[in-house]
Structure formats: C-alpha cells, structure tokens
Ligand binder design. Structure first.
Ligand code: UDX
Length: 433
C-alpha cells in the first residue's frame, strides 16, 4: 500500500517508520525543511529508543522516504494520515486545530483519485466531520472517506506500543475506508491485536476518554499517597493491594509528583472544553486537572519542607527533569514547578538529566546543569529524584553522601528502599509512605 504521513513529529515519524516496517511504501511529509534534511541525514528530530535503527533499515530498503513536497506525496496515496500537532490553544485550553485544517486544505488541493484521509492527531469530537466538509467542498469530484484512528503511543515505548497495541481503534461508517484500514493494519490484527470499528465521533472520544481515565487513575493514587502519609500507611502496598483486583488493574498506580507530558495535560483540558461546549460537565476530569496542577506545586513545598526551616541559601540537586524517563520531553514536567518553587525560595538548583538538559536549558536558564548525578550532588544539602531514569536507580549512596553538604534524599518516584538510604546516613522522604 502507499501511505502518506502528514507531519513527521513524534506520532507521524514513529507511525510512518512502523508502517514501512510492515512492508508498506511510506512517505513522511513535514513543512520544516530542517527536519526533513536531518531525517535524510539519518538524524532523528526526537529521542525515542530504537527509532533511528528502524528508520535507517526502512530507508535502506526503499520503503520510507521524507519530503517537504506534500502535493507529490499525496498524489496516488491509498491512505493519507494527518499526524500534525494539536497543542492547547493559548488562553482557552481548546485544542488548536489550525495545523489539521491547513493540512486538510493542502490535501484537498493535491489528491488525484479516491483515497482515505485518516486523522491520527488527537482531535476533539466532530473534527472528522469538519475535515470531511472541507474535502467535499474543495473536491466534490473525488471520493474521499475520512477516518479517525487515534494513537495510544507512550513516549519512550512508542515502537513497542505501535507494533503490539492493546487495540486498534478505527472510526468510520464507510465500507471502503474500513477495508483500506484493515489492509493498513493487517500485520497487527493477524497478530491478534483487537481491531475495534466504531463511528468516527466515538473513536475521537475514545482517545480523550482513555487519556482522561489514565490521568484520573494516577491522580487518584497520588491523593491516596497523601492520605497514606497522614495515616502512616504505604502507598506502594495500597497500589498492589488494589491493583491485583483485575477490575482495577496494576498499571498507572505509581504515586509520584503528578503527571506531565504532551498528552495528559493537553487532552484532559481539551476534554473539559468539549464537555463545556456540549453543556455536559465532566466533574471528575475537572477535579483531576485541578488536583494534578496543585500537586506539582505541592512537590516543591515538600522539598522545601525537607530542607528545614531556612531553605534560603541552600543547594538542591534535582535528578531528572523530563516528565518521565526515556524521553527528552519537558512539556508540563513536574520539574518545572519544583525548580520554580525552589528558586523562589532562594535555593540554588544543580541538576542533571540524561536527555532533557538541552530543552530544559531553554526553559530554565538559571539552573546549574551538571554532567551526572554525582556532579549535581556536589555541595548539595538535598538530592531530589524527580524522574525515575535508570541512571538514578542504583546510585552509590555512600559516594553521593560524601559529596554532599547535608545528607537529605527526597525520592518523588519511590525508587529506593527507606532502610538502604537511611543506612547510608541520609534522611529519607518519599511519596505516600
Ligand atoms: C500517554 C498515554 O500513555 C498514551 O497512551 C497516549 O497516547 C499519550 O499519553 P505518555 O504521555 O508518553 O503517554 O506517558 P505515560 O507513560 O502514559 O506517562 C504520563 C505521565 O504520567 C508521566 O508524567 C508519568 O510519570 C505519569 N505516571 C504514569 C505516573 O505518575 N504514575 C503512573 O503510574 C503512570
């Protein structure tokens, strides 16, 4: 099949590379010439484990190409995926759909025969209808079906998630489009990943409902963690104790500093806006958004509290800046709120992150960026684990303590055992225990 991917960002590039790996002929388009040049030179615009090798092997096999020329990539394609960004619109939290509609206009101008246009970008309910209306208006001469096919990729695990999905969701009422999508995903559903056909609006809502539910699960356990601290219980055991109930499930019950990233914060806000537009409030999601926002600030206060009565003039080593490990993504990372709270209190922040320091420097130029965890700990009064990178899971605690001014550890990801840390001479503060 010939597949065109409009947008070679995170979702477009991973999806395009994986489709080409299935044997399809894939062209990834982006309007950013520098990005396309980098891809031609074998450089990935994002950090995602395994992506460089996947891209290189499919480029070598002649199945994966990159271009800025949307018109030539679209002509003759069996399926055209729209995988452009849908950021939060500044000011009101609605998803900003300008890139989706701009891509649609360009597609309309370039299609040469019957095709299927697929929205892979996360788009609010009803966007598919608007995309279809544009295509019908501009090209009444051509039979184009518009399909919703949301992605459920986790950063850092995106290739595995794409190739072994829990489910594939396809939203369309058009029989021909359904067949095209079956052909596109044939290797996966032959490999027994369930494929769920729904209406387009239902499919669009599934994506938001999934992310809102996962954000709720995390926020729920985070509040239970606070309660654990108050009553003297251990949230890790509470997670295990409830998660072993199959109706609840074990995943997404790790208490921590609050969720961040490119999806949960943006998609929960956009869902609230949709609910508002349709005068059908989703109170639980409203609470989740509020609780998660205040949690990030509360984590800053937790670190200050661990520093004692006079934090001003002290130094903290923040380990991990990205919103989670195995990514260089800093969007809505809890580290931003924590570092701000510390700086506001007159604390010097030394920091290290295996991949995120480049993007972090642009956002927080006043931090001291260090070469590794030990360098960050030099002269620090406390070390704070903000992101659970593997590099911070087995630190040489006696060495760390020897470098520090004061032996305090605040473990916001619960990666250490209290006994080990205390035995090494630290005062230990964790989350929910
Ligand atoms: C998420 C969804 O998982 C994915 O399906 C969707 O398509 C995009 O959004 P991603 O943002 O890459 O993926 O990361 P994820 O691993 O889901 O983590 C999101 C946030 O929740 C991170 O900040 C993480 O630290 C936090 N989290 C996750 C917890 O605090 N506790 C958990 O138990 C799980």
């Amino acid at each position: 099949m010939r597949i065109t991917m409009i947008g070679s960002g995170y979702v477009g590039l991973v999806s395009g590379a994986c489709f080409s790996d299935f044997g399809h002929d894939v062209c990834c388009v982006d309007m950013d010439q520098a990005k396309i040049d980098a891809l031609h030179a074998g450089r990935m615009p994002i950090f995602e484990p395994g992506l460089d090798l996947l891209v290189a092997s499919n480029v070598a096999a002649g199945r994966l190409t990159f271009t800025t020329d949307l018109a030539s990539a679209v002509a003759g394609a069996d399926a055209i995926f729209i995988a452009v960004g849908t950021p939060s619109r500044r000011g009101d939290g609605h998803a900003d759909l300008r890139y989706v509609f701009a891509a649609t206009e360009e597609i309309a101008a370039a299609i040469t025969g019957p095709t299927v246009v697929v929205t892979k970008s996360t788009v609010p309910v009803g966007t598919g209808d608007r995309v279809e209306a544009i295509l019908r208006e501009k090209r009444p001469d051509i039979d184009v079906a518009v399909v919703s096919n949301p992605e459920f990729l986790r950063e850092g695990a995106a290739i595995g998630d794409f190739k072994r999905p829990d489910r594939i969701v396809i939203g369309t009422d058009d029989d021909r489009a359904r067949q095209v999508m079956r052909d596109v995903y044939r290797p996966l559903y032959l490999g027994e990943s369930p494929i769920l056909f729904t209406s387009r609006r239902t499919s669009e809502l599934i994506k938001y409902a999934a992310n809102a539910f996962l954000a709720t699960k995390i926020t729920f356990i985070n509040e239970i963690a606070d309660l654990c601290e108050a009553v003297g219980a251990d949230v890790r055991d509470v997670s295990r104790g409830i998660g072993l109930d199959n109706r609840i499930g074990k995943k997404f019950l790790h208490a921590g500093p609050g969720y961040g990233g490119s999806c949960f914060p943006k998609d929960t806000l956009a869902l609230l806006k949709t609910a508002e537009d349709y005068q059908t409030p989703v109170h639980i999601v409203e609470a989740v958004v509020k609780v998660n926002d205040s949690r990030k600030r509360a984590m800053g206060r937790k670190v200050l509290h661990a520093l004692g009565d006079t934090p001003r003039g002290k130094t903290v080593a923040l380990l991990g800046l990205t919103f989670k490990p195995n990514t260089d993504d800093m969007r809505d990372a809890p580290s931003l709120a924590i570092a701000t709270a510390l700086a506001d209190a007159g604390v010097t922040v030394r920091t290290h992150d295996p991949e995120g320091m480049g993007p972090a420097k642009a956002m927080m130029p006043d931090l001291v960026y260090c070469t590794d965890a030990y360098d960050a700990a030099e002269g620090a009064d406390a070390v704070v684990i903000v992101t659970e990178w593997d590099a911070y899971r087995a630190l040489d605690l006696p060495r760390l303590k020897g470098l520090m001014a004061g032996p305090i550890m605040v473990d916001l990801r619960n990666v250490y055992q209290r006994a080990d840390v205390e035995q090494a001479g630290f005062t230990y503060t964790a989350v929910g225990r």
